[in-house]
Unconditional design. Structure first.
Length: 365
C-alpha cells in the first residue's frame, strides 16, 4: 500500500520545535512519507540535515519570517502553494502560530486533513501590547473556524485552544530518552547518580534556550546577582544576551542537543524562569536527567511540574533565590527528582508521542 504523504510546515525551525520535529519525522518515516517545509532561524543548527533520517524530505521556505511582514508572508504563501501542489500530501501539519495562520487561511478549503500545533500561542506572549494580544487571539479564532484540528502540545495549551476553536485535542511533547541516555553516558559522569557535588565543582544552576523576552533573562540575571557564590550557565544565545550582566553567569552560545546534554549533566539544578511556555523540551530533558527543576508559574511548566513533588514552582525573585539557596546547602531530595524522572519515562517520551500521532494520522481517510 502507498504510504500516506505528510507535510509538516514549520516557520519556527529552532529550539524545542526543532527537537520535536526531528523526533516526530524520524519516528514516523517508516510508516509515512514525510516532508518538512521550514524557515531558517538563528538557532536552527547549521547542519540541520544531519539530524533527520534520510527518508525525510527537507524543503526550505525562503520567505518565512518571525514577525509580521506582508510582502514576505505573501511570498511564503506562494512558495507553500507550490510545495503543496508538488507533493500533494494527504496530511498537512502546521507548527507554531505563523505557519498555523498562513496554512489554515490558505489550505483549509482543500481536500486534505489539516492539523495545527501552536507550541505556545502568540496571544500568551508577554512582550506585546493588549491590542497585540487581542489581535493574535482574533486571528486564532478566525483560523479556528477553518477545517483543521488543533493538536496542543500539552494539557494547558489544550485548555487555551478550546477558547479559540471547537476542534482541538492534545498530545503531550515527548523526548527521545535513549538519545539523552547515550549523551549522559558520554559526559563521563555516572548517569542518574547525583549527589551534592559542590566539593568537586562550584554549585551550578543552568538553563537551555534562546536568550529572548520569553525566557526572561532579566529575572535569570537578578537571581544570579542575588546568589553570587553560585555559578549560573545559560546554554544558548540570543538577542537579549546583553541582559545577562552578572559576573557569575556564563553563556555557552548555541550547542547541538548532544553537546548541551553532555554539558548539563555536570550541573546541579535546572532553572526555567520563562514568562510563558508551550511544553518545554529542555524541562523534560532535565527531569529525565534527574536535575532538580525550578520553574516559573506559567502555562506549560505547570503541565509537568507539581510543586514540591516533581520540582519547584516559583512566583517571584525571592522564591527562586530561597529554593536555589536551599538546594545549594542541602542538595536535592531524591523523591522529587525520582518522581520527575518517572513522569517523563511514562508520559513524556517520544515513543508515546509517535504512537499517538500514528493513531491520529491513520484515522485520516
Amino acid at each position: 500500500m502507498e504510504k500516506k504523504r505528510v507535510l509538516h510546515i514549520a516557520e519556527a525551525m529552532g529550539g524545542g520545535v526543532f527537537t520535536y520535529l526531528v523526533e516526530l519525522a524520524n519516528g514516523m518515516c517508516e510508516d509515512f512519507d514525510i516532508t518538512v517545509a521550514f524557515g531558517i532561524r538563528s538557532e536552527t543548527p547549521p547542519n540541520y540535515e544531519e539530524y533527520f533520517d534520510r527518508r525525510v524530505t527537507l524543503i526550505k521556505v525562503r520567505n518565512f519570517t518571525r514577525g509580521l511582514n506582508p510582502v514576505k508572508d505573501m511570498r511564503a504563501c506562494l512558495e507553500l502553494k507550490q510545495i503543496v501542489k508538488r507533493i500533494n500530501p494527504h496530511i498537512i501539519h502546521m507548527h507554531s502560530s505563523k505557519a498555523g495562520a498562513i496554512g489554515r487561511m490558505m489550505l483549509s478549503k482543500q481536500n486534505r486533513k489539516l492539523f495545527y500545533t501552536p507550541h505556545g500561542y502568540s496571544f500568551l506572549m508577554e512582550d506585546i501590547s493588549p491590542i497585540g494580544k487581542h489581535f493574535y487571539r482574533q486571528i486564532e479564532k478566525i483560523c479556528g473556524k477553518r477545517n483543521c484540528m488543533t493538536v496542543a502540545c500539552g494539557e494547558s495549551e489544550w485548555e487555551e485552544s478550546k477558547k479559540v476553536t471547537k476542534k482541538s485535542t492534545f498530545i503531550s511533547n515527548g523526548i527521545n530518552i535513549e538519545k539523552i541516555q547515550e549523551a549522559m553516558e558520554k559526559s563521563g559522569s555516572n548517569a542518574h547518580i547525583h549527589t551534592h557535588t559542590q566539593g568537586n565543582h562550584p554549585f551550578t544552576v543552568y538553563t537551555v534556550g534562546r536568550i529572548d523576552y520569553q525566557k526572561n533573562p532579566e529575572l535569570f540575571n537578578e537571581i544570579a546577582e542575588s546568589l553570587p557564590e553560585i555559578k549560573f550557565v545559560w546554554i544558548g544565545d540570543g538577542e537579549m544576551k546583553d541582559k545577562l550582566t552578572a559576573e557569575n553567569i556564563t553563556v555557552t552560545g548555541w550547542l547541538n542537543n548532544e553537546e548541551a546534554i553532555i554539558k548539563a549533566e555536570k550541573y546541579d539544578v535546572f532553572l526555567l524562569a520563562s514568562r510563558w511556555e508551550g511544553l518545554p523540551i529542555a524541562l523534560l530533558e532535565a527531569m529525565y536527567m534527574k536535575k532538580p527543576c525550578i520553574v516559573s508559574n506559567v502555562v506549560g511548566n505547570r503541565d509537568v511540574i507539581e510543586n514540591n513533588y516533581s520540582g519547584y514552582i516559583c512566583n517571584h525573585l525571592d522564591e527562586f533565590v530561597q529554593v536555589i539557596g536551599k538546594l545549594a546547602k542541602e542538595g536535592s531530595e531524591e523523591t522529587v527528582v525520582n518522581h520527575a524522572y518517572r513522569q517523563v519515562v511514562s508520559h513524556f517520551n517520544s515513543g508515546w508521542l509517535i504512537e499517538k500521532y500514528g493513531e491520529l494520522y491513520h484515522e485520516v481517510g
